[in-house]
Design a protein around this ligand. Structure first.
Ligand SMILES: CSC[C@@H](O)[C@@H](O)C(=O)COP(=O)(O)O
Ligand SMILES: [Zn+2]
Length: 255
């Protein structure tokens, strides 16, 4: 597994790039992504290199590498992009600049940026999110399977629904009697090919903070890490419950 030892014998440019990810602050995005991924691994959300998370802070976007054990990521493995690159990440796949070709402020040697990068960026650009979490949680995947070919997972009258905000720009969270709807898109052969479908889905469901990917997992975003993480936790809890309800023959909605 490739690791990064940048600027051991490096230049001033290497040292400047390292300064973007070296901090004693545990909530610096480069540190925070590492601790979040280790935590998510223990939840079964980012197992076997799948899944991941990205944080935007100010004018910078912080990203994990691709295809590595996400629970072992170090701050020096983190990629940094200027937020202005969100303008390059446009809907039309023919015109979109590949995440491999973006002008990274920090690009660790021997590593490539997460294949989820364009999807994370879509949540930042379209929803003004500052954190996006992608999990391969088995509960999320099972929920998509139990939905058959339906385009939405729906559940109501479960207390944990109150952990989900009503929508971007709307005050407060869903209530106990509100129906939670989480849209589902179909999986694609390559992660980045999901981007246009995620984007369309966000337009179709302007209030959603999450999109399920059938047979794959879920993308969840929020205005900050706490919001993205707690929505992800609430949804995962609900998906697990839904799987158990289905086994017991209990309906998810009152019809
Ligand atoms: C188990 S491989 C999974 C990947 O193809 C993808 O779905 C994923 O979530 C992680 O992509 P990555 O590029 O490693 O950040
Ligand atoms: Zn994935």
């Amino acid at each position: 597994m490739a690791t990064q030892e940048q600027s051991a014998n490096g230049t001033k440019a290497d040292a400047d790039a390292d300064a973007l990810v070296l901090s004693n602050d545990p909530f610096h995005p480069a540190n925070h992504i590492c601790t979040l991924c280790a935590h998510f691994y223990n939840l079964g959300w980012v197992t076997g290199t799948g899944g991941g998370t990205s944080i935007r802070r100010g004018d910078k976007i912080y990203l994990a590498p691709s295809g590595v054990q996400k629970e072992l990521i170090k701050p020096t493995d983190i990629f940094v992009l200027p937020s202005e690159c969100l303008n390059l990440q446009i809907a039309d796949p023919a015109k979109r600049v590949s995440h491999h070709d973006m002008p990274y402020l920090r690009r660790p040697k021997n590593l490539t940026p997460s294949a989820c990068t364009p999807l994370f960026m879509t949540s930042f650009r379209k929803r003004d999110a500052n954190c996006c979490i992608h999990t391969h949680s088995e509960w999320a995947v099972l929920a998509t399977l139990l939905c058959g070919s339906a385009k939405v997972f729906e559940i109501e009258e479960i207390e944990q629904i109150k952990g989900i905000p009503k929508g971007p720009g709307k005050d407060g969270n869903l209530g106990y009697f509100d129906r939670l709807r989480v849209p589902i898109i179909e999986n694609t052969a390559k992660e980045e090919d999901l981007t246009q479908y995620l984007e369309q889905c966000m337009e179709e469901f302007p209030d959603t903070f999450a999109v399920l990917v059938r047979r794959h997992g879920i993308y969840v975003w929020g205005k900050d890490v706490a919001q993205a993480k707690t929505i992800c936790e609430s949804l995962d809890w609900l998906f697990k419950l839904a799987v158990e309800m289905k086994k017991l023959g209990l309906p998810w909605t009152k019809q």
